[in-house]
Design a protein around this ligand. Structure first.
Ligand code: ZN
Length: 206
């Protein structure tokens, strides 16, 4: 696939000291990234349920297995970065997903134009103002629809290296039709342990 990103706010906030408690995080309903087991344990991505809901609704995860030709979709992940010095774990908690409705997608192509980025940045500003949540961009997500497996393509890797190369910065690739999800981290696109917290009383189905 091809993603053209022409501008982004690459501001990296400092990591805030916080203890990571996997038991609390996994006490509710949670989906793990498909590459969870092959990933190192020293970095983790946690996507809170409201952000998961936004992503799943946007990409129509809920409709289940389907074979109609779909286009690639994407957006950015907003949150905060943390460091647990007791366990030497870096992690990021995503509290909001910003979807890009006006991205120019095809079944194998997604262009996030400067206009898209303006819309995304407007949405980020609105969200920060309304919620008081001082978030930064900690990653991005996009879909590999139809029969495509989820992986970081050459172009995806270039995008990651150019715009999301922070050590505690993430990429999530999802196939909503085949129910596949993988997470990656840093310019090198390391497999990453990601937790997708599922909203309560949701009609999201495994
Ligand atoms: Zn891709």
């Amino acid at each position: 696939m091809k993603i053209t990103i022409l501008s982004i706010n690459t501001q990296m906030n400092d990591e805030i000291e916080l203890v990571f408690d996997e038991k609390i995080i996994t006490s509710g309903q949670v989906l793990f990234s498909d590459n969870f087991c092959s990933a190192n344990k020293d970095h983790k991505l946690i996507i809170q349920s409201n952000a998961v809901k936004d992503i799943f609704e946007f990409i129509e995860w809920d409709v289940g297995k389907r074979s109609d030709i779909r286009v690639e979709q994407g957006g950015v992940l907003l949150g905060k970065r943390f460091y647990d010095s007791t366990k030497d774990i870096h992690f990021a908690i995503v509290s909001k997903a910003i979807v890009s409705e006006n991205a120019d997608g095809s079944s194998a192509f997604l262009e996030i134009t400067p206009e898209c980025w303006r819309t995304i940045h407007d949405k980020i500003d609105d969200y920060k103002l309304e919620s008081g949540d001082e978030v930064v961009i900690v990653g991005w997500f996009h879909t590999h629809p139809n029969m495509l497996p989820v992986f970081m393509s050459g172009t995806d890797r270039s995008t990651q290296k150019l715009f999301f190369d922070g050590d505690n910065t993430y990429s999530v690739v999802i196939n909503p039709q085949r129910h596949l999800m993988k997470a990656f981290r840093a310019a090198e696109c390391y497999p990453t342990q990601a937790f997708f917290l599922i909203p309560e009383e949701s009609d999201v189905e495994e």
